[in-house]
Design a protein around this ligand. Structure first.
Ligand SMILES: [Zn+2]
Length: 508
């Protein structure tokens, strides 16, 4: 008889400083009708994509298994997930666990915080264990999370992305899935070793494509490749979250040899701790970075657009995507031939669509939300602009991240003020693919300046076309400046807030 497995996805990265609650509607964004996806429809849409869900599904499909899918739900990073949304999603997964499948495969994020639970994934796993104490569970996670004992001790296998931009999502799930299946087949005995360090890394210093993370991640990859352990994952951590689990963490799955797992975990943690100062990111004031971009654009030896990446209000890390400060600065400094956005502002899109292409409108763009956690007031930018184009904001991703998925940014308008074009969408987007330009008729390679809100995910598609990339520290809830936030609930002491922090590891 074919084995029967449950495969589910529930993903959210919660920025606890964002004023925007995340309700259940936001988790239906990838579905054609806006509802939560499940069953055959979810498999059709995501079963063969570069996602954790796709990675698990293809592994199970190849095994000829029956695959039950109770939910596939991902929302863009934002503020606390409502209790109602969590109960709906977790309830579906726990109900599926009650049906006594042979195993469960979960695509989770690891940084979901709800109105009630600091550690939503740990709470989910805890509830699953109540109804299915012995069921094997494989969990594939994001690189940005706070690792908790509930998550690690209730799972059988845990893996995480080893790239940032996250282009290895499919592979991450397959690493977890293969390890679990080897255990099911009696060929292996997966045992988890894990630990969290009291250090917060800046997200702009985390990528495993560069030092200091490169050496650490390479060591994990080599240990896995040599067969020393089954899987090894290093998690950069998600520092925009004021919860007790915040920090850099390591999870190793050994084959029945906890000593080997512990040894590698300790090596990886020592490497990260020794280089903790290198994870601190220094940045210029916004005005200085915009001036630098202007100079690069005026340099006749520059070929290709100057990409300005505003990382303070990036929805990929929980930003609202409507803080206009960097665009205001760029226009004040006279940057021409510029495409900016997308900025999330459904009201302005509605006005543009009502006026129609070719019409001139005067509208307040963005600046809809006060951000009390960082003491920033809402400030729209009022402009008189021509509506250059409109779209339904739907396109298929062709870049290396989430390849093959359909992205939906809602009704979208392209506004034009002289040689400056401003893209305004109804839903937030971190530009990890160029489809948001091309679907509305913009050729980004032909422009002098591109202003986007992103931290790292843009690089996979913008690096090949950019003349230069200039990170810009705009204001917002994703700011790399930790001093603007009051952390109340993280572990203390915590590096780099507390420079004399001792290396105290929480783990098993
Ligand atoms: Zn991430």
């Amino acid at each position: 008889m074919a084995p029967r497995y449950v495969l589910a996805e529930m993903m959210h990265e919660t920025n606890t400083f964002s004023p925007q609650l995340t309700d259940i509607e936001k988790f239906g964004r990838n579905s054609p009708d806006g509802g939560l996806l499940d069953g055959a429809e979810a498999i059709e849409l995501f079963g063969h994509t570069n996602t954790s869900f796709g990675g698990f599904y293809e592994l199970l499909e190849a095994r000829g298994a029956i695959v039950d899918v109770p939910i596939v739900a991902t929302a863009w990073p934002s503020g606390l997930v409502t209790d109602e949304a969590f109960e709906e999603m977790a309830g579906r997964i726990v109900d599926a666990a009650r049906t006594a499948p042979d195993a469960m495969f979960l695509a989770l994020h690891g940084a979901m915080v709800t109105q009630t639970h600091d550690d939503a994934e740990g709470e989910l796993l805890r509830r699953i264990r109540v109804v299915a104490p012995d069921m094997p569970i494989a969990v594939a996670l994001d690189f940005h999370l706070g690792m908790s004992p509930e998550l690690c001790t209730n799972a059988t296998v845990v893996t995480g992305y080893r790239t940032y931009p996250h282009i290895d999502t499919h592979e991450t799930a397959q690493r977890a899935g293969r390890a679990l299946l080897a255990g099911l087949d009696g060929e292996a005995d997966p045992v988890i070793s894990w630990g969290v360090l009291p250090m917060m890394t800046n997200m702009l210093r985390q990528t495993p494509a560069a030092q200091p993370m490169k050496d650490i991640m390479d060591h994990a990859i080599e240990a896995e490749a040599s067969g020393e352990v089954m899987t090894a994952s290093v998690f950069g951590g998600f520092p925009l979250s004021d919860i007790p689990h915040t920090g850099l963490s390591v999870v190793v799955v050994s084959n029945g040899d906890k000593g080997a797992g512990d040894r590698l975990r300790d090596e990886l943690m020592a490497m990260a701790w020794d280089r903790r100062a290198e994870f601190v990111f220094d940045f210029d004031p916004m005005e200085v970075s915009v001036a630098q971009a202007r100079e690069l654009g005026d340099d006749p030896t520059t070929s290709g657009p100057i990409v300005m990446a505003d990382h303070g209000d990036n929805c990929g890390a929980g930003g609202i995507t409507d803080v206009m400060a960097v665009l205001e600065e760029a226009m004040a400094q006279g940057l021409d031939d510029l495409v900016a956005g997308p900025y999330c502002d459904p009201t302005t899109v509605e006005s543009a669509m009502a006026a129609g292409v070719g019409a001139e409108i005067t509208v307040p763009i963005g600046g809809k939300f006060d951000m009390p956690a960082i003491d920033l007031d809402a400030e729209p930018m009022t402009l008189t602009a021509r509506v250059a184009a409109v779209s339904d904001g739907r396109y298929v991703v062709t870049g290396p991240m989430a390849t093959g998925t359909t992205t939906h940014i809602g009704d979208t308008a392209l506004l034009e003020v002289g040689s400056v074009q401003i893209l305004v969408s109804s839903l937030p987007l971190e530009p990890f693919d160029l489809g948001f330009y091309t679907h509305i008729g913009i050729d980004p390679t032909a422009r002098k300046y591109l202003l986007i809100k992103s931290r790292q995910h843009f690089r996979a598609v913008f690096e090949p076309i950019a003349g230069h990339i200039v990170p810009v520290a705009g204001p917002g809830v994703c700011s790399e400046d930790y001093s603007i936030r009051d952390f109340h609930r993280i572990r203390r002491p915590m590096y780099p807030m507390d420079l004399e922090t001792p290396m105290t590891v929480i783990g098993n």
